[in-house]
Design a protein around this ligand. Structure first.
Ligand code: ADP
Length: 595
């Protein structure tokens, strides 16, 4: 009975002793091993399978003795019908008494499909991606070692299973439909463009993947699909980091490829341009540019990609953006190259400067108005003071005549009134002269290098009487030469020095000291006195026109001197300020910039 079974088996079976000598061959085997030129009755297994070396056979026998099951041999048998690919499985023959007494070789022709699979397996192992081959029913028929590693399954846990074992639950519903429609129209394609694909590991966790599919047809026309699966967790993480950075930028960020196609934008784009992200990604960047600049922009883009480097765009030009609602608006753009996956992209940071432009424009307008008002005011002061001088001179002249020629007819009240008239008109004349000088300042100015030591020497000469009468001293060291208008600088220093003398403490000799210190921005001059000082709350006010802190009876003056000083320093592009402690005197500083 066993004999009968043995002989009628479809598999070719040979039975050997432990030395490899053949004991029995069944019918199928005899049929299969009809070899070209071989002996009709082979004695030894190596005669049947001459491509197996004696050493290899020894190893097989040793494995069998150790109760191991050797791997299947893939063998090409040279038969009279040509080469026949077969698989050979060796197994031990156990005898209850003698133990392992011999072994069998069971040989099977490999079908066309199996042949493809075997070839494919070898190929699959060389692929860097996880490779999964499924048949028309969606069953996994082949995987490579990378698949085991990536998904955490062993080969035998996947073979024959539906491919959906690797698909996360949320995608299961559609997956079978996708698979069916792919099999109806199979061609190589990448999955997952535009949406996230995930794979599912044995432990249930998921990870982002990129998949490409290709159909495989065997000789017998059965269809298989191979899927190359790549874990893109690392890339996703980098992408996410990059997106985070992009979102943290205060400006609208637009990333464009060489062809001007927008690859990525951040959320700020919506605020500035009014487009949703999805409306822009994949579109031409020229969507964001007014029509009239579009052609030129494409040319600029090409030349940027020829020599890409970070720079502001359109230096010195007014750049305009185009909102979704058609509105054009001023922008500032800086662009830099971005290397990504062998691809050069350009990232543009775009800032809406509508508000800044508006502020700039209104500031300009305000300045213009201010300048024109100032001019008008100066003109007015000039004309008024000039025209006032004439009638005043008449009043002073006649008052003097009356006081000189008719004083004898005056009583005491008449004398006193006359004196008031003359004092007041003298004073008014001083005021008018001061105003006139003030409004003349800044006209026809000659700018040259002015030697300040020399200037001080001249001022000292002019003030010699005043210094003598007050017992005052004026000290100065070596002062620099500065660029400026000599007449104005003389007036400036003279005003400050004579104020120092004028506002001295009662019963104290005035002492004035002028010095200058070099600073990066410009020379800083100091005029220091030991006078009455200026309370903090008035230190700004004294520079205004007609602002005085004292009664006329106390200290003479018009309140124009420091306003003059301020105007002169302004005209030189500098600054003037003071420091003062009531009992320490005052120091007036002014800075004259080098430029
Ligand atoms: P004027 O000297 O004609 O009064 P200024 O414009 O020169 O006008 O000065 C304005 C006011 O500032 C003065 O009236 C005085 O009160 C105060 N002031 C100016 N210089 C000094 C100084 N060196 N010490 C104290 N007070 C001063």
């Amino acid at each position: 009975m066993t004999e009968l079974l043995f002989d009628s088996s479809n598999d070719a079976i040979l039975i050997m002793n432990l030395d490899g000598s053949i004991c029995k061959i069944n019918r199928a085997a005899k049929k299969l091993i009809t070899q070209k030129g071989a002996a009709p009755e082979p004695q030894h297994i190596l005669e049947v399978l001459p491509k197996i070396s004696p050493n290899q056979l020894d190893e097989v026998i040793r494995a069998l003795l150790f109760n191991e099951i050797p791997e299947q041999y893939l063998y090409s048998l040279d038969t009279s019908n040509g080469i026949v690919p077969i698989s050979v499985q060796f197994s031990a023959l156990k005898d209850p008494e003698k133990g392992i007494a011999g072994f069998s070789a069971s040989m099977r022709k490999i079908t066309a499909t199996e042949q493809v699979a075997n070839k494919a397996q070898a190929l699959l192992e060389t692929a860097p991606d996880a490779m999964v081959v499924i048949n028309g029913h969606g069953q996994i028929v082949l995987i490579n070692a990378q698949t085991e590693k990536l998904f955490g399954y062993l080969k035998n846990e996947l073979m024959g299973k539906k491919v959906e074992i690797l698909v996360p639950n949320q995608f299961l519903k559609n997956h079978k439909n996708h698979r069916d429609s792919y099999i109806k129209d199979p061609k190589p394609r990448s999955l997952g463009l535009g949406h996230e694909l995930l794979g599912k590991r044995k432990n249930g966790s998921t990870f982002p993947v990129e998949i490409s599919l290709s159909p495989l047809k065997t000789d017998d026309d059965s269809l298989f699909v191979s899927a190359a699966i790549r874990d893109i967790s690392y890339r996703k993480r980098a992408e996410n980091k990059f997106k985070g950075l992009l979102e943290s930028a205060p400006d609208a960020m637009v990333i464009v490829n060489k062809d001007g196609i927008i690859q990525l934008v951040n959320n700020q784009v919506k605020n500035i341009f009014g487009y949703e992200k999805a409306e822009l990604e994949g579109k031409k960047v020229e969507t964001l540019i007014p029509n009239k600049y579009r052609n030129n922009h494409a040319n600029h883009r090409h030349s940027f990609f020829k020599a890409p480097k970070t720079r502001p765009m359109g230096a010195g030009l007014e750049l305009l953006g185009l909102r979704k609602n058609g509105e054009e608006f001023p922008v500032e753009i800086s662009i830099s190259p971005l290397e990504m996956d062998d691809n050069i992209l350009v990232s543009a940071a775009i800032r809406d400067i509508t508000e800044r432009k508006a502020a700039e424009t209104s500031l300009k307008e305000f300045n213009r108005q201010l300048q024109s008002k100032n001019k008008e005011l100066e003109q007015f002061a000039y004309i008024a003071s000039h025209d006032l001088q004439e009638p005043l001179r008449t009043i002073t002249g006649f008052a003097n005549i009356i006081s000189e020629q008719y004083s004898h007819s005056f009583d005491q009240i008449g004398h006193r009134s006359m004196k008031y008239i003359i004092d007041a008109s003298n004073r008014m004349s001083q005021l008018i002269k001061g105003l006139l000088d003030y409004s003349r300042l800044g006209r026809n100015r000659e700018i040259k290098m002015v030697d300040c030591t020399k200037l001080l020497r001249e001022i000292q000469n002019d003030l010699v009487l005043l210094l003598k009468s007050t017992n005052g001293t004026l000290k100065y060291g070596n002062l620099p030469s500065v660029k400026g208008n000599e007449v104005e600088l003389r007036l400036l220093l003279q005003n400050l020095i004579s104020n120092g003398i004028k506002f001295r403490r009662p019963k104290e000799k005035p002492h004035i000291e002028v010095s200058a210190e070099y600073d990066k921005q410009g020379w800083i001059f100091a005029v220091k006195d030991n006078g009455i000082g200026i309370p903090k709350q008035y230190q700004k006010r004294v520079f205004l026109l007609f602002q005085r802190l004292h009664e006329r009876g106390e200290y003479e003056g018009t309140g124009i001197g420091l306003a003059h000083c301020q105007k002169i320093v302004d005209a030189h592009g500098g600054q003037i300020w003071l420091k003062s402690d009531n009992d320490q005197g005052s120091t007036f500083f002014f800075q004259l910039p080098h430029k």
